[in-house]
Design a protein around this ligand. Structure first.
Ligand code: ATP
Length: 231
């Protein structure tokens, strides 16, 4: 589904992403791990054509994301609160995103019912603008809105950060369900090795922009990653 070839990005003469080759098959749940500054967000931004690489390409279903918009029909993402609209309430934001996908107001409120548990009573009917929510609650709005288009590919940057433990577990269950029932392909970056090994079937370890490990998760993965990061 995703093919990366000789992808290079640098800032101020320093290479921050340098991925020679990477193939992600449909249905994979891929966890991207790496210390601060490893290049995870920069890589995601190139997957979404938010920034252009200095060299190489990202192909989504064989088409370069920088030369076509076709990938936008089946790709959803939430990288940060910049994806939200501060002066809307969550309801207004969901309605707006729904309208982009030709969903009626009734359809959107019906859709939101399945997220009642995930929202934990903190998102809807609060009479607050998105800017007044905590970062964790903003995350919930962004993730639920991203999933509204029933994507085939989902890209989430540190989705567990700022979420309370209950919501972290609910989010893992949500992603696992989507992956099995809808064969969703997912890219998740995370500093939480526990969560990422629990939810992902493949882990990619990035260091200074390069892939230095790429493996399918098994019962030893968490220990191996912990050993790597404690060196
Ligand atoms: N717009 C920019 N201008 C200059 N340097 C940048 C820019 N964006 C990213 N960088 C640098 O590129 C490197 C990779 O950053 P990136 O945010 O992709 O890492 P990351 O793995 O997502 O880190 P973190 O875990 O801290 O979120 C960092 O050194 C960062 O300072």
């Amino acid at each position: 589904m995703i093919e990366v070839k000789n992808l290079i990005k640098g800032y101020a003469g320093r290479t921050v992403v340098d991925i020679e080759r990477l193939n992600i098959r449909a249905g994979e749940t891929v966890g991207l791990v790496g210390n601060n500054g490893a290049g995870k967000t920069t890589f995601f931004r190139m997957l979404l054509d938010l920034i252009r690489p200095d060299g190489g390409e990202v192909l989504s279903k064989d088409i370069n994301v920088a030369s076509s918009s076709q990938w936008k029909d089946y790709t959803a993402s939430y990288l940060d609160e910049g994806f939200l609209i501060d002066y809307l309430t969550p309801e207004e934001y969901f309605t707006f995103i729904g309208s982009l996908h030709n969903l009626s107001v009734a359809h959107v409120s019906d859709y939101l019912r399945q997220y009642e548990e995930f929202f934990n009573g903190e998102i809807l009917s609060r009479g607050k603008y998105i800017r007044d929510f905590s970062k964790g609650n903003q995350n919930k709005v962004g993730i639920a809105a991203a999933l509204m288009q029933k994507p085939e590919l989902l890209i989430l940057d540190e989705p567990f950060a700022n979420l309370d433990p209950t919501t972290q577990i609910r989010l893992k269950t949500l992603i696992k369900n989507l992956s099995t029932t809808q064969r969703l392909t997912t890219f998740i970056s995370s500093h939480d090795l526990n969560h990422v090994t629990d939810v992902c079937n493949r882990i990619i370890l990035l260091e200074k922009g390069k892939i230095i490990k790429d493996f399918y998760t098994d019962e030893n993965s968490l220990k191996e990653l912990e050993a790597y990061f404690s060196e």
